[in-house]
Write a protein that binds this ligand. Structure first.
Ligand code: SF4
Length: 414
């Protein structure tokens, strides 16, 4: 259905960020590790396609979505993006009307060659705007300005990229309700097609035990941990809830569809790629820390770039050495990582949880099945779920209060 490609480089690392990111000298300059990583990602695409050929034969349906995420994938040279897309087309097939998304930062030296991206087949771009307030951007360690967001969006339009998303953050330390509303209005004035609104979460992946050798996250730097400890004191759950509610009302009044807990779209501009995740469709994924799902098993690559590149682009005989060309040097092998085979119970809970994230919710009939029906009854009595109707089918979906408290409901379902 869909392919996710993780390109992990950023100009600088934001102190709140938990994505698998390599920044500074790893991303630019004479010691940059970019070329070998891009080469490794291309090799992984080949090896994953080989596996799918063995399992399903070469006549698989073509991809309906390709998503370049990161990191700041717009830092990728256009020639490399074209090479990776060429492998995807040759080995996976890409449907003529596929959605092809790239994430980008709005800064002038980060947004990349938008016209070249469009020529490569990009149909959708997602800008990490985060805020339209210069002071807030500085406070969270971002280097672009609100004016850069406007210029980036205009550049995407001029390049012919038909669908533009802006990511925005609320619960930024010290962010007032008035300031949040101003950011929303400024973003709307730019006429994007899609908005992703996320509460700023300041977690510690080390504490969660996901930064080990095969973990899908990188350890948190001591400076970032200190920054988060300070920033948390200026966050406020109640204020965040009010900010979410205000955004919900404002966007609904402006004709937006809040089709997922954190995502709003103009009609027809929903993210096909993210819908594949929430609809539990199978998707392939490559790159450090990337997650894939085949309908039964969830698989992830380890986040560490060294072992990832070493497996896929072995040092000796690098030139021309591929798994498809035996004898020309050490063959590429799949990178380290892990996998989880879902039990029937976990799969059933996961299906409900993902469907409940969407405004279409779940069929009432599915909600009536034990053992999870008891939890859903509790959620309805607590005002977290409401009855709705979709094409004549009675359904249950989250209320605004339910969206705010969804983690509590999802934990109980699991
Ligand atoms: S630009 Fe985005 S991906 Fe890169 S460090 Fe900042 S938040 Fe993370």
């Amino acid at each position: 259905m869909a392919l996710y490609v993780h390109l992990p480089f950023c100009v600088a690392r934001c102190p709140y960020c938990d994505f698998v990111v390599y920044a500074g000298g790893d991303a630019r300059g004479p010691r940059a590790r970019t070329e070998r990583l891009y080469e490794a990602v291309g090799r992984e695409l080949e090896l994953r396609a080989d596996e799918l050929d063995i399992g399903f034969g070469p006549d698989r349906p073509p991809l309906r979505s390709v998503y370049f995420g990161g990191g700041t994938p717009s830092l990728v040279p256009a020639e490399w993006l074209e090479r990776l897309m060429a492998v995807a087309r040759a080995r996976f097939g890409v449907a003529p009307d596929a959605e092809v998304t790239i994430e980008a930062n709005p800064g002038p030296d980060e947004r990349g060659d938008l016209a070249a991206f469009r020529r490569t087949g990009v149909t959708r771009i997602s800008f990490g705007a985060q805020s339209m307030d210069a002071g807030e951007l500085r406070r969270i360690g971002r280097h672009h300005s609100p004016e850069d967001v406007a210029a980036a969006l205009a550049g995407a339009r001029a390049a012919g990229i038909g669908s533009v998303n802006l990511d925005l953050l609320y619960d930024i330390p010290g962010q007032s309700l008035v300031a949040w509303e101003a950011t929303l209005h400024a973003a709307l004035a730019l006429s994007p097609d899609h908005l992703s609104l996320y509460a700023l979460t300041l977690d510690d992946p080390d504490e969660e035990g996901i930064t080990g050798i095969d973990g899908d996250h990188l350890p948190t730097a001591p400076g970032a941990r200190r920054w988060r400890e300070r920033a948390r004191t200026d966050q406020d759950d109640d204020r965040a809830a009010e900010q979410y509610g205000r955004a919900t009302d404002l966007l609904a009044a402006d004709g937006w569809r809040g089709y997922e807990i954190s995502n709003w779209a103009r009609p027809g501009r929903e993210s096909r790629h993210n819908l594949a995740y929430w609809q539990r469709a199978p998707y392939e994924a490559v790159g450090p820390g990337a997650h894939a799902f085949n309908g039964v098993t969830r698989r992830w690559n380890a986040a560490a770039m060294g072992p990832y590149v070493a497996a896929l682009v072995p040092e000796r005989g690098r030139a021309g050495a591929t798994a498809a060309q035996p004898g020309s040097g050490p063959a590429s092998s799949l990178p380290p990582g892990g996998c989880e085979v879902l039990t029937a119970e976990t799969a059933a809970a996961e299906q409900l949880i993902l469907a409940l994230r969407l405004d279409s919710g779940i069929p009432e009939a599915a909600a009536a099945r034990p053992p999870l029906s008891g939890v859903l009854d509790w959620a309805e009595s607590a005002g977290l779920l409401e009855h709705a109707d979709a094409d004549g089918e009675p359904r249950l979906r989250l209320t605004t209060k339910g969206r705010l408290l969804s983690n509590e409901l999802f934990a109980r379902l699991l």
